[in-house]
Ligand binder design. Structure first.
Ligand SMILES: Cc1cc2nc3c(=O)[nH]c(=O)nc-3n(C[C@H](O)[C@H](O)[C@H](O)COP(=O)(O)OP(=O)(O)OC[C@H]3O[C@@H](n4cnc5c(N)ncnc54)[C@H](O)[C@@H]3O)c2cc1C
Length: 506
């Protein structure tokens, strides 16, 4: 193919996790032509394996990370406005244990947490009695006092998909199941080789490259650079377990362990509780799995607080992710910085830059995108101004009444559909529920019913609009229906995808 026939983009973003999709959306909205490539499914690695919190990170105050906490708290407000369907406020109860952290220290920390980050809409922290009150639901009687503070939870995988959707709507070309094989500089441009799952290959050129490959950041950077970079990434495994709901109240618990680590117990998907996480250094990070020791560790911590003990047999689902942390030399995995670090490789004569992202959190992805584009601005002087702070994510454009008004509106428009289905779809698609439902008057018009809130109409939408290909994409990332369906019902989703679209379950 002659060089001038090879497609040319301003920016190629490698990595379809939260950071890559966030950067692609921001860049596309500023008028750059953008290609995003992801070797697997969107959010199939770290970005779907988090604790699912949009939070300042109370515990980072102990490491004096005030800047990081303030930035994350400010972002929490921005994101609550941008995607109220997938991000919602959540209150946390911290049972007080004087031998671990004295009350004055916790009060001081919570005071800071309430005031860092500027304007906030969430309730401030306060002290509570736990024994016999709803705040102590499910806890052992010995816990009598505690503190309540506010943060937010998020559907992490959907946050990624919505950013990809926003990028696409801004004009970006999104290619999943497509791997960057080689990138080299030539004539002031990047020349990139791509390979897809079906054995196909493609070449593209771009003016700038963003390496947002999370755990793979160093590998990709070193492969594309003339010399290996000095920066390193630490791969820290974190696992979660899901068990039947341990209490009926709406709040989460933040538990302190004697090893100074904290573990969360979070109400999850109505019927369940999510418990995590661990911090374990890994050498081989490609396919992390949760170990029996991790399951026992999480159960043991939960059991030192809960009135009704849990064990391995209660675990209905678990997942495991790898934090790609910037190596700041800390020995203790919990103490390594959670902040992000950008490394710019400007190329010879200042052409064809490559920007690599180390670390970061879901919570700060939008700020990461702004910082990345500020760094790239000299290479793209035509780039428009920052715009994402006030812009809703797809489906998040709710007027004054917010989610509650949207739900009422949905009930009025689709009275023939089960309430559980309407609510579930609202929390997946926000104001775009009608894109899934069309004119359907009853559930029967939504095609095959796979179980609970999953119908063929939504599966078709996820394939057509949200890059879903396999049953796993549908059941565990675009939705969490996997948790609510039997093995047989899950298999029927795979069979449907195969019959309708010829998709392999990979
Ligand atoms: C256990 C755990 C709990 C966490 N909890 C929270 C939390 O509650 N709140 C919070 O804010 N943050 C949390 N985080 C942090 C957050 O999840 C991560 O910082 C974030 O998801 C990283 O996103 P990413 O896009 O950088 O990486 P990833 O999501 O891993 O995305 C990188 C992508 O690059 C792709 N890729 C790699 N190489 C190539 C290639 N050659 N070609 C094409 N694609 C490629 C990969 O397939 C991958 O999908 C947590 C992390 C973990 C592990």
């Amino acid at each position: 193919m002659a060089a001038h026939d090879v497609p040319l983009y301003d920016l190629a973003v490698i990595g379809g996790g939260i950071n890559g999709t966030g950067i692609a959306r921001d860049a596309a909205g500023r008028g750059l032509s953008v290609l995003l490539i992801e070797k697997d499914d969107l959010a199939s690695h770290t970005s779907s394996c988090s604790t699912k919190l949009i939070h300042g990170g109370l515990r980072y105050l102990e490491y004096y990370k005030f800047g990081l906490v303030a930035e994350a708290l400010a972002e929490r407000e921005v994101l609550l406005r941008a995607a109220p369907h997938i991000i919602s406020p959540l209150q946390f109860v911290l049972p007080h244990e004087p031998h671990l952290r004295p009350a004055w220290m916790i009060r001081a920390g919570l005071f800071l947490y309430d005031h860092l980050g500027g304007h906030r809409t969430l309730p401030a922290s306060f002290g509570v009695g736990l024994r016999g009150t709803r705040w102590g639901a499910g806890l052992q009687e010995k816990f009598t006092r505690g503190f309540v503070y506010s943060d937010a939870r998020v559907d992490d995988a959907r946050l990624v998909v919505l950013n990809a959707l926003g990028a696409k709507e801004g004009g970006a070309d999104i290619r999943t199941r497509t791997r960057l094989v080689e990138a080299r500089r030539e004539g002031g441009l990047w020349h990139i080789e791509l390979a897809d799952r079906s054995g196909g290959s493609a070449q593209v050129r771009c003016r700038g490259l963003v390496n947002a490959t999370g755990p793979w950041v160093k590998q990709v950077r070193d492969a594309a650079s003339r010399a290996p970079g000095r920066e390193n990434v630490r791969h820290i495994k974190g696992s979660h377990i899901v068990v039947p709901r341990v209490h009926a109240e709406e709040h989460a618990y933040i538990l302190q362990n004697s090893d100074q680590r904290i573990v969360f117990i979070i109400p999850y998907q109505n019927a369940f509780s999510l418990i995590g996480t661990t911090d374990i250094s890994l050498e081989d990070f490609e396919k992390p799995v949760i170990s029996r020791e991790e399951i026992d560790y999480l159960c043991d911590i939960a059991n030192s607080y809960l009135a009704g003990p849990i064990g391995r047999g209660d675990v209905v689902w678990s997942y495991c992710g790898v934090r790609p942390l910037y190596d700041d030399g800390a020995d203790n995995p919990s103490a390594i910085t959670r902040d992000y670090v950008l490394k710019l490789d400007p190329g010879e004569r200042g052409e064809a830059p490559m920007l690599s992202l180390f670390g970061g959190k879901l919570t700060t992805y939008r700020r990461v995108a702004e910082t990345v584009l500020a760094e790239l601005k000299p290479f793209f002087p035509q780039m428009k101004r920052e715009w994402t702070a006030g812009a809703p994510l797809p489906g998040g454009d709710m007027s004054g009444g917010g989610l509650a008004a949207c739900e009422r509106d949905l009930a009025a428009r689709y009275p023939g559909l089960p309430g559980e289905l309407r609510t579930a779809l609202l929390h997946r698609h926000g104001t775009r529920v009608s894109h899934v439902l069309g004119e359907a008057k009853s559930a029967a018009e939504l095609g095959t019913h796979f179980g609970r809130t999953l119908y063929a109409a939504e599966v078709d939408y996820l394939v057509a609009v949200e890059w879903a290909r396999s049953a796993e994409d549908v059941l565990w990332r675009r939705t969490k229906c996997g948790l609510h369906l039997s093995a047989e019902q899950r298999d029927s989703v795979a069979a449907y995808l195969h019959e309708q679209y010829g998709q392999e379950d990979s």
